[in-house]
Design a protein around this ligand. Structure first.
Ligand SMILES: CC(C)(COP(=O)(O)OP(=O)(O)OC[C@H]1O[C@@H](n2cnc3c(N)ncnc32)[C@H](O)[C@@H]1OP(=O)(O)O)[C@@H](O)C(=O)NCCC(=O)NCCS
Length: 183
């Protein structure tokens, strides 16, 4: 399945993406805030292989999408949908540092929220992040997601126990929000 926006193409990760995926996912600027950190390109390849068997909208699974530049096809990030149950989806996203602050994460999440709510008719989308991750918190709030919970030292990370900030948005809130400005 492929989704395109003005500048991006979201589709399945391919074996040949392993080196690029490893390069940015192992970058400390990205890995610090993510649960999965590949130790090698082979690790990234295994991750991609595992994704092959994941069908869209399967409860209990993460369904990962590649974020590519539409003009070159270059992999610049990835986005995950965790189908928590039949009504709730959790989001995750990473953009390679070299491509950050150009509006790509927002562009990818806007079209994915349209798909999750308008296409799959999910009831609620959540995100869980380290409250020190100001970039992601601002990104999600700029999309209309609301801070719903701050859990003290509830997540074990490479740094030990860290806090967890949960944001969320409902289908009716997203569908009622004014459509994003075209690129
Ligand atoms: C968070 C992340 C995905 C943002 O990606 P991005 O493509 O740079 O984000 P965008 O350019 O679309 O930014 C959209 C908005 O998010 C906020 N934002 C993004 N990066 C920010 C930063 N470094 N500092 C403050 N706000 C930031 C701003 O509100 C920005 O809007 P603006 O540029 O108009 O001010 C990226 O920094 C990343 O991959 N970080 C590492 C992994 C991670 O933290 N993932 C999220 C865990 S849930």
């Amino acid at each position: 399945m492929q989704i395109v926006t003005a500048r991006l193409q979201l589709d399945g990760l391919q074996r040949e993406d392993a080196a690029a995926l490893f390069a940015y996912r192992a970058d400390p600027q990205v890995a610090r805030w993510q649960g999965w950190r590949p130790a090698s390109a082979a690790d990234a390849e295994r991750f991609i292989e595992l994704q092959r068997g994941v069908a869209l909208d399967t409860a209990g699974t993460w369904w990962q999408r590649a974020i590519r530049l539409r003009d070159s096809g270059a992999l610049i990030g990835d986005l995950g949908l965790h189908f928590v149950d039949e009504a709730t989806v959790e989001l995750g996203i990473s953009v390679a540092p070299a491509h950050q602050r150009r509006g790509y994460a927002r562009e990818a999440l806007e079209v994915m929220l349209d798909f999750v709510f308008g296409g799959l008719h999910k009831h609620r989308v959540t995100a869980s992040l380290d409250p020190r991750n100001a970039a992601c918190a601002r990104l999600l709030e700029s999309l209309g997601m609301r801070r719903e919970g701050h859990f003290r030292e509830s997540v074990r990370s490479g740094e030990g126990w860290v806090d967890d900030l949960v944001l969320a948005i409902l289908e009716r809130e997203w569908l009622a929000a004014p459509a994003a400005e075209e690129g």
